[in-house]
Ligand binder design. Structure first.
Ligand code: NA7
Length: 550
């Protein structure tokens, strides 16, 4: 495959992150002509763009990587249980080279439009640099956390020092030594960057709007013995994460909070506290995220841990969330985060007391006055879920832009397809995942690959999610988001971080078992309703054929 303009392929994939690379591998293995276009100049997606100091997995490294190749799993040795960005980026580079995928990737290609052509049954794709492609199938593996968000603060562009967004971090090293640094935002990225910068900067001022429930990541090197065990346990690990509702290795607990006495509970919490990363949610009492009293109990425990670390009581109180319980927002996992506030050169600005009024040429102005900086780090997050898809310029049947179809929030079938946009798939997109992302996204990529194979085998050239199934899945996701999930409506899970964005749930609130069950139903029904007639008329009602909406 050349990377010249004018590609004509079976499948065009957008995005060389964890999902796109896997979809590319599957497509090439299945014998399709395929090209992947990527906005960056390298592979890795999240692990290409988010190269800020401290950036690392908070899924265990060996559960985040791929399982399609035992050889790859066994030859790649992660150095830490939660590997850092440079290593993660190296891993994805190794994968594309090992499986000879790089020559199928065109870098520095920013897709600006993708228009469905009804007559030829293909997508016409255009990129910023003039590249064009025609593809029967379009797979947008553009990720859910890939469009960085800058708050609209007056004067942001006028700052004369250095300014960086964590999600657009430069390749060249940023030297914080002896610098006056501002960090705006205390989500996962801010929490990772602050303790790394604090020991070298002359000062770090953290601008916090909402505190988060940060708990220890408990990262550590993988010992040679653990390395040998990981290799020996390949099948067991693959099968465990393959079956896990969350896609992790952590064991789910079958106990409820108030079954235990207060003493037993305290001892249980202490054990859970010692678990790595998401173990604190998954292996916690099974009602921790669902029963408000249970959630408050665990949140109180975590608040106690924060108070025990942060020496200044007033600062500690500001760092303890009051507006949401544990897991109401995506909890960050940190290393030395609260400890950083005990350093004399780290200070906390509570934006609820003193909001930012402007960025000036020299610093940040709040209601309390101007503070001057050499470097501003914007750790202010992303246009989650739909941000990238809405910017791709996707136009479906009858000239309908995807951003208009989704004006009130995404409408999806299994977080993979949307009605009126034939031959278009977005594994790893909104409504798709809520756990260890690569495992959910891998399920979705497998589903797409099998669906394409089925269509090829049976001579179908057009695939479209039945409207009824899209309505069904979207309603189920939205209902469960309100009734069954702990998520706070002020979180990015609902798009609340982006001014003017429609409030709609953007994760998969139903979990992985439901996703897999629905996929299986579709497969067993031979994808009833997915193949419109020759005149473009919709196929039989998929919901009815699959007996789902009952
Ligand atoms: P997050 O988790 O969305 O965090 C963004 C942070 O930026 C959060 O503390 C926000 O406060 C803050 N923010 C956003 N807008 C503003 C304004 N206008 N003023 C001040 N502060 C603001 O993004 P991350 O990059 O940290 O993490 C993203 C994902 O990466 C994470 O979920 C993991 O999957 C890895 P808020 O809470 O909105 O008040």
């Amino acid at each position: 495959m050349s990377s010249d303009a004018g590609a004509d392929v079976d499948i065009l994939i957008v995005g060389a992150g964890v999902t796109g690379i896997y979809q590319l591998y599957l497509a090439r293995e299945a014998g399709y002509s395929v090209q992947l276009v990527e906005q960056g100049s390298g592979v890795g997606g999240t692990w290409y763009w988010n190269r800020y100091p401290g950036s690392r997995y908070d899924s265990e490294s060996y559960t985040y990587g791929y399982f399609f190749s035992e050889e790859l799993f066994k030859e790649w040795e992660w150095s830490e249980h939660f590997a850092g960005q440079p290593e993660n980026e190296r891993y994805f580079n190794r994968v594309v080279d090992k499986f000879d995928l790089r020559r199928l990737i065109r870098f520095n290609t920013t897709v600006t439009s993708a228009v469905w052509d009804e007559t030829s049954g293909t997508w016409r794709v255009t990129a910023q640099d003039g590249y064009t492609a025609r593809a029967r199938y379009l797979v947008a593996a553009t990720g859910v956390l890939s469009v960085p968000f800058y708050p609209n603060v007056p004067g942001r562009e006028s700052f004369r020092g250095e300014a960086y967004h964590t999600g657009l971090w430069p390749d060249a090293e940023v030297d914080f030594t002896g610098k006056r640094v501002a960090v705006i935002g205390t989500g996962s990225s801010g929490v990772q960057v602050i303790p790394i910068v604090a020991p070298v900067a002359s000062s770090v001022t953290v601008y916090q709007r909402t505190p988060n429930w940060v708990t220890p990541l408990h990262n550590r090197p993988i010992t040679p013995q653990e390395q040998a065990e990981l290799k020996a346990d390949f099948e067991k690990i693959r099968d465990t994460v393959g079956k896990s509702p969350s896609g992790f290795l952590h064991q789910h607990s079958d106990k409820s909070t108030f079954e235990d006495s207060p003493e037993e509970r305290q001892a249980f919490y202490e054990r859970v506290w010692q678990l790595g990363g998401f173990g604190k949610i998954i292996s916690n009492y099974r009602d921790m995220t669902l029963n408000p009293a249970a959630n408050a109990e665990w949140s109180r425990f975590v608040a106690g841990k924060i108070r025990a670390v942060v020496k200044d009581p007033a600062t500690a109180e500001k760092l303890i969330p009051k507006d949401h319980g544990y897991a109401g927002k995506r909890p960050p996992y940190g290393t030395g985060y609260f400890e950083a506030y005990n350093r004399p050169n780290v200070s906390l600005v509570d934006l609820n007391e003193t909001p930012i009024t402007a960025v000036t040429e020299t610093g940040i102005e709040t209601a309390a006055g101007l503070q001057e900086f050499d470097i501003i780090v914007w750790a202010t997050g992303f246009d989650f879920g739909t941000g990238a898809l809405r910017r791709l310029g996707v136009v479906g049947r009858d000239g309908l832009p995807l951003k208009d179809y989704w004006a009130d929030g995404p409408l999806t079938y299994l977080g993979i397809m949307t009605h009126g946009f034939p031959n278009f798939f977005f594994p790893g997109g909104p409504h798709g995942a809520a756990g260890n992302n690569p495992r959910y996204n891998g399920d979705q990529s497998d589903f797409v690959a099998e669906l394409l194979d089925f269509a090829r085998e049976h001579g179908h050239r057009v695939i479209e999610a039945p409207k009824a199934l899209e309505v069904e899945w979207t309603a189920m996701v939205n209902d469960a988001a309100i009734t069954m999930s702990p998520f706070n409506e002020q979180s990015y899970f609902f798009g609340a971080n982006i001014p003017g964005k429609a409030k709609a749930f953007l994760l998969n609130s139903l979990g992985r078992p439901k996703l897999l069950q629905m996929m299986e139903i579709a497969v067993k029904s031979d994808y009833a309703g997915f193949f419109p007639g020759p005149d473009g008329a919709p196929g039989p009602d998929g919901a009815e054929a699959q007996g789902i909406s009952k």
